[in-house]
Design a binder for this molecule. Structure first.
Ligand code: FE
Length: 356
């Protein structure tokens, strides 16, 4: 205002009622389109939806001014949508669950490599693709759960023990073809080769208590009910049941115990949830910026805590007491992209041995 006051003529011009309409008129004509041009929007296709999402996305918007437009779908529908959109896809960032799914999406040409020192320095090599097409932002272990009344923990200390004849009729699994299992079986192929993995899978089929069905939580419940003695589960499903205050869940927790598998050999099998920049991202630079944000300590805590997982970035802390209550363990350090690439071989073996 001070500068205007020095020029009385200008001041007089802006104070006339007719002149005051001029900016308003321009605003009406140009305002909306200008506002749109100025508002930066990032389209995030996500297969993850948790309570911490508002904090996770809100903080990025506060830091950068970029609004996040979330398209939330299940993993498979999300990938189908991207494929059908082709090079017209508005997707900038893609968030998926499981290394095998990330591997498949990358093979289908849905991602592009990202050059980012922040990402390669902060995310350990075993939790990202070697060609920098995807990055893991949270990790989970695939563990063994057993019925405390019917199973001796000594008999279920390793993945290999699932095929041990002494566990005949006790093993329950979800479908072998589910990515969580394909990733585990792929890791086994990396460790012991095709032949031994085939024999192992055959042994599991021979030990089945029932034909594979349901999800991980269903396996935990079936173990609690005594329908099965032993099952596999991702850690966050077990923690979810543990944290539940529903009497039915507490009843489940009282009957079931968890084992960190393969602690004297390869370590517990690890998997991840991760993200990538979409192949045809309209906002490539901002998409990379968003992935880098996901690797920050604070975003890591939101991302991991939303699903009771561990951050992949070593300096990040969640303060998740339920997770910490599980204790420390030896993790399998096999690169997730290598085991995921083996999921194709794993599926071939499942078909061969009749693992449904
Ligand atoms: Fe899951």
């Amino acid at each position: 205002m001070t500068s205007l006051l020095r020029f009385p003529a200008l001041n007089a011009l802006f104070s006339t009622p007719a002149a005051a309409l001029i900016p308003a008129l321009f605003g009406a004509l140009l305002g909306p389109s200008l506002a749109l041009a100025q508002e930066k929007v990032l389209n995030v296709y996500s297969a993850r939806h948790y309570q911490t999402d508002e904090q996770l996305y809100g903080e990025f918007t506060r830091q950068t001014g970029v609004r996040i437009n979330r398209i939330e779908l299940g993993d498979e529908p999300l990938l189908e949508r991207m494929k059908s959109e082709g090079d017209k896809s508005p997707a900038d960032v893609v968030l998926l669950v499981d290394a095998t799914r990330l591997f498949r999406a990358q093979k289908d040409g849905l991602f592009q490599p990202v050059e980012s020192k922040v990402l390669t320095e902060r995310i350990p090599a075993e939790f990202r693709a070697r060609d920098n097409t995807w990055f893991g932002f949270s990790s989970r272990a695939r563990v063994i759960v057993y019925n405390k009344a019917s199973v001796d923990p000594k008999d279920v200390q390793t993945y290999e023990s699932l095929a041990d004849p002494k566990n005949k009729g006790k093993v329950c699994t979800r479908s072998g073809s589910h990515p969580y299992n394909l990733s585990l079986f792929g890791a086994m192929i990396e460790h012991v080769g095709l032949e031994q993995t085939e024999a192992w899978l055959k042994g599991i089929v021979a030990n089945e208590a029932r034909s594979p069905k349901g999800g991980d939580t269903d396996q935990i419940k079936a173990v609690a009910s005594g329908e099965c003695g032993i099952a596999l589960s991702n850690t966050y499903y077990w923690v979810r049941v543990m944290r539940s205050d529903k009497p039915a869940d507490q009843e489940v927790v009282s009957k079931v115990a968890m084992v960190w598998p393969n602690q004297s050999t390869t370590g517990a099998h690890m998997n991840l949830a991760g993200g990538a920049v979409a192949r045809y991202a309209p906002n490539r630079a901002t998409a990379t910026q968003f992935l880098e944000y996901l690797a920050s300590d604070r975003a890591q805590a939101y991302f991991a805590n939303g699903n009771n997982e561990w951050p992949t970035v070593n300096t990040a802390e969640t303060g998740n007491q339920a997770l910490e209550a599980l204790g420390t363990f030896k993790a399998d350090k096999i690169p997730t992209d290598r085991m995921a690439a083996r999921s194709v071989d794993a599926q071939m073996l499942l078909d061969k041995v009749g693992f449904k």
